[in-house]
Design a protein around this ligand. Structure first.
Ligand code: VGL
Ligand code: ZN
Length: 188
């Protein structure tokens, strides 16, 4: 396990709309909650929770020509954290996907790779060198966050047992992530 003094946990998009019954449900998405509640208590220097936080006319929504059903509309119940997620260890909350005209899968940058959420500077300011990523969805926002964490120079792990993906087969994704230097933690 990491040296917690210099480590941050990033909990990606564990929000009602990504859980079974939600607007953009990830299969078995609710199964990440228990392992995340265990992880977040291990003593990380920072525990960051992200929230997908879209305007009602966001460009990623099907009615606007995008790929997804409407989801995680800012301040809606669907955008809220599930009540079973322990928020007590969470030190920072990052909202993303707030601009109407572009999406932000990553917790660090919008998909245009120009606009920062400020997370990079925040973690550097806390002297973080190592990041563990978990949450939803493994093949979209978790992967994008881990890739950007690597690009920003952090040692980066994905806690696989605390993630669920939209696609059934993640084999190609795993080899791609490994090739980029992301470490896949299988035991949590
Ligand atoms: C996500 C699709 C659209 C995610 C967010 O959290 O992985 N996926 N918005
Ligand atoms: Zn979204």
């Amino acid at each position: 396990m990491p040296d917690f003094q210099q480590s941050a946990l990033i909990i990606v998009d564990v929000q009602n709309d990504f859980l079974p019954g939600g607007a953009l449900a990830v299969p078995a998405g609710d199964q990440v909650i228990a392992p995340i509640n265990a992880l977040s208590q291990l003593g990380f220097s920072a525990v960051v929770a992200t929230q997908d936080w879209h305007p009602a006319d966001h460009c990623s929504f099907k009615k606007e020509g995008g790929p997804w059903p409407a989801h995680c509309i800012a301040a809606s119940e669907g955008a809220d954290f599930p009540s079973a997620l322990n928020l007590q260890p969470v030190s920072h909350i990052i909202h993303k996907g707030m601009a109407q005209d572009r999406d932000s899968y990553s917790a660090f940058f919008d998909n245009d790779h120009e606009t920062s959420t400020g997370l990079d500077h925040l973690l550097r300011g806390l002297k973080i060198t190592h990041i563990v990523v978990c949450g939803l969805a493994l093949d979209f926002c978790v992967t994008a966050t881990a890739r950007d964490a690597m690009r920003c120079g952090f040692r980066t792990d994905i806690a696989l047992g605390a993630c669920r993906g939209i696609a059934g087969d993640q084999t190609a994704l795993f080899s791609d992530l490994k090739a980029q230097g992301v470490r896949l933690m299988e035991h949590i």
